[in-house]
Design a protein around this ligand. Structure first.
Ligand code: HEM
Length: 161
């Protein structure tokens, strides 16, 4: 496992969070800059729960129809898997910590080991996720922040050639 790229770890390298202050308590300073701020809690800045719900709704709709990805999901009902991904992403971006409370430490690479995540599966995952992210119509800064993370995370999840 590559701990440095453990996607369940810390928030992205952006802004004063790395100076040791909790992201959640920071608010934008001044409102005269007409663009989103890195220092606001990302979860709230992009619209909170409904945004993440929509992201996973759109994503899993595509997974349900994907002949490569769909068989990888052990449960017949994709609902619980969708909820786990939503809870994880909400927590990662500064929202409720329900994921940790119900599932414990993410250890995402380890949790994906039972599944053959090939480069092809990753690309399918990313294709559907790209569409889901675009459906949110976020500001360019928020979109690229979210996308950079998801792309990096997906690449680190590959565990089979
Ligand atoms: C690269 C392609 C990927 C594939 C093919 C894949 C596939 C899967 C599968 C088959 C499961 C089991 C479904 C279940 O929860 O029961 C799962 C779980 C999960 N995946 Fe992925 N995944 C990928 C990438 C990612 C990425 C990039 C993230 C996060 C950014 C992620 C987050 C999760 C989470 C949070 C769970 C539930 C873990 C748990 O609590 O048990 N996955 N994934």
């Amino acid at each position: 496992m590559n701990e440095q790229h453990d996607t369940g770890g810390s928030p992205p390298a952006a802004g004063p969070a790395h100076l040791g202050q909790p992201v959640a308590n920071l608010r934008p300073v001044g409102t005269h800059f007409d663009q989103p701020s890195y220092t606001e809690n990302f979860y709230s800045a992009v619209g909170g729960h409904p945004t993440f719900q929509k992201l996973v709704d759109v994503f899993y709709e595509a997974v349900a129809d994907d002949e490569l990805l769909r068989p990888m999901y052990p449960e017949e009902d994709l609902g619980p898997a969708k909820e786990r991904l939503r809870m994880f992403l909400e927590q990662y971006w500064g929202g409720p910590k329900t994921y940790g409370e119900t599932r414990g430490h993410p250890r995402l690479r380890m949790r994906h080991m039972p599944f053959e995540v090939t480069p092809q599966a990753r690309d399918r995952w990313l294709l559907h996720m790209r569409h889901a992210v675009e459906s949110l119509q976020l500001s360019p800064l928020h979109e690229s922040t979210l996308w950079d993370y998801l792309e990096r995370a997906a690449h680190s999840m590959v565990n089979s050639a």
